[in-house]
Design a protein around this ligand. Structure first.
Ligand SMILES: Nc1nc2c(c(=O)[nH]1)N(C=O)[C@@H](CNc1ccc(C(=O)N[C@@H](CCC(=O)O)C(=O)O)cc1)CN2
Ligand SMILES: Nc1nc2c(ncn2[C@@H]2O[C@H](COP(=O)(O)OP(=O)(O)OP(=O)(O)O)[C@@H](O)[C@H]2O)c(=O)[nH]1
Length: 466
């Protein structure tokens, strides 16, 4: 276990009403004690807040503070800890860190408090990662997923799968001990069933990653179309503000504009692009090139066209150029106010899109300048992410961590070999080997199986003071 005491500012940089410096480690309390003369902290009760003056080694006043004590193991890190809550001045915070440093504490590395919480068994690895996700969460959905994971949602599910595999693994291992006698303690039929069930639960989790990842990172949504189609107007409508310049001069948007908007608790990163056309001047050609690049990395493509100006051939040609597999396509038929056949375009929408056959729920007739049918577009976007559910279920476990996804995929590959091995009557040592492999893969998620590299990788991405 770690012997040194660490110190760091726990609040964000810059001025604030209050700033917090946190210390954790065996010397945390006695190290601060001489600088807080109003009370003997060695005898003070833990988990209570004390008001007093913090002084430096010369006895000079640093600030009036509130100090909180924790005694091992009842703290976030599981160690003795002190939190000094001072006035939120960067100067004061730095003086306190300096004071603690001079008295023998070491500046904490990124995520070191949480790493200690993990090493002391306060959190498992997936929960420690959830702390970091929770801090980074910027939408209701991301918050919900991170909190579920912190509460042990992912851990319990993985722990359960692992426990059931371990039972069977031990029976197979037992057979290995009696190899000469050719006995079977583990019922092959039952084992096959178990493997199938576990693989199906892994499948549910890995499928949820697409949603979880989109929610965590924000859904990259590219708005593209011909010049003057109304892309910037649409962006402004979605943002509910005048972010992009709207004009009737085609080619107004030469650069891409990116803004995030919250729809139904999910963050969409909207990218307004330069209009696509066979550009005559060089700057515009660059803009078009950038549009294609944006589309290439986007998740959703909102193709906007002007219902008066756009022929079905143009529409099809644009989609031919922009579309690629894996892209979620939404077609917005804009300027419906100018179309004398308004209701027919709505009805014939899918046919209008030619060979593209956009399903009706992906075809959105709009008057962007009047925000008309905006709600339908918002619902369409939300349904793409939530697979038509219009929101996410509070109880559902949704995977949002790429490391977990990767480990589950590997566990599943090992279990697939187990299933094949059982089917073809492969000898038990091979089957046992693959079961052990899948157990290791699952164990990596919660941190039962770790390496220093893995931990270093995870915690170095946390912020300092966490
Ligand atoms: N001031 C302060 N606020 C904070 C934290 C903190 O460390 N300090 N947190 C941290 O980042 C989060 C809260 N998480 C915490 C988790 C565990 C314990 C703790 O003392 N656990 C003990 C006692 C549990 C109990 O009384 O039920 C333990 O687990 O033994 C404290 C905070 C958010 N707010
Ligand atoms: N009548 C009508 N005009 C619209 C509608 N939506 C946008 N417009 C107008 O169409 C013109 C072009 O709109 P923009 O939003 O700038 O179009 P854009 O696609 O971003 O254009 P570029 O920047 O050239 O690529 C503006 O004059 C808008 O006011 C609509 O639904 N109906």
């Amino acid at each position: 276990m770690s012997q040194d005491t660490i110190i760091a500012v726990a609040t964000p940089p810059g001025e604030g009403a209050i700033g917090i410096v946190r210390l954790s480690g065996p010397d945390a309390i006695q190290l601060i004690n001489p600088f807080f003369p109003s009370r003997d902290l060695l005898r003070a009760r833990a988990r209570q807040a004390y008001f007093g003056t913090l002084r430096d080694a010369e006895g000079e006043e640093i600030d009036e503070v509130v100090l909180t004590l924790y005694r091992a193991p009842a703290s976030y890190t599981g160690e003795d800890a002190v939190e000094i809550s001072c006035h939120g001045s960067p100067y004061i915070l730095q003086r306190i860190v300096q004071l603690g440093g001079d008295a023998g504490a070491r500046p904490a590395g990124p995520g070191e408090f949480s790493q200690r919480a993990f090493l002391n068994g306060k959190l498992d690895l997936s929960q420690a990662e959830a702390v970091s996700d929770l801090i980074a969460s910027r939408s209701a959905a991301a918050h919900r997923i991170a909190l579920g994971q912190l509460r042990g949602g992912v851990s319990n599910e993985i722990g359960d799968l692992r426990a059931r595999l371990i039972d069977f693994a031990s029976l197979i291992e037992l057979e290995l001990d009696f190899a000469e006698e050719d006995v079977e303690f583990a019922d092959r039929g039952q084992l096959s069933e178990l493997v199938a069930e576990i693989r199906s639960r892994i499948g549910t989790l890995t499928t949820s990653f697409r949603l979880g990842n989109a929610i965590k990172e924000g859904v990259s949504t590219v708005i593209a179309g011909r010049p003057n189609a109304g892309k910037s107007t649409l962006l402004n409508a979605l943002l509910n503000e005048d972010r992009a310049i709207v004009s009737n001069i085609p080619g107004t948007t030469r650069d891409t504009i990116e803004e995030a908007v919250n729809i139904g608790g999910i963050r969409f990163r909207l990218v307004d692009t330069a209009g696509i056309r066979d550009a005559s001047d060089a700057i515009e050609a660059m803009g078009v090139e950038r549009t294609l690049q944006q589309v290439a990395v986007g998740h959703v493509l909102v193709y906007v066209f002007d219902v008066v100006e756009t022929s079905p051939e143009t529409l099809a040609a644009d989609l031919d150029r922009l579309y690629r597999e894996d892209l979620e396509l939404v077609v917005v038929a804009n300027k419906m106010d100018l179309n004398p056949y308004t209701k027919y375009v709505h009805y014939f929408g899918p046919e209008y899109a030619g060979k593209w056959q956009v399903p009706p729920e992906r075809f959105v007739p709009m008057i962007a300048s009047e925000r008309s049918n905006l709600q339908y577009l918002q619902d369409t976007l939300l349904n793409i992410v939530t697979d038509g559910r219009g929101g996410i279920d509070a109880q559902e476990i949704i995977l949002s961590n790429a490391r977990h996804y990767d480990a589950l995929r590997r566990a599943d590959a090992a279990l697939e070999r187990v299933a094949e091995g059982l089917q073809s009557g492969l000898s038990q040592d091979f089957v046992a080997m693959d079961i052990r492999q899948s157990l290791r893969d699952l164990g990596e998620i919660t941190g039962e199986i770790t390496t220093d590299d893995l931990l270093g990788n995870i915690f170095s991405n946390f912020c300092i003071g966490k």
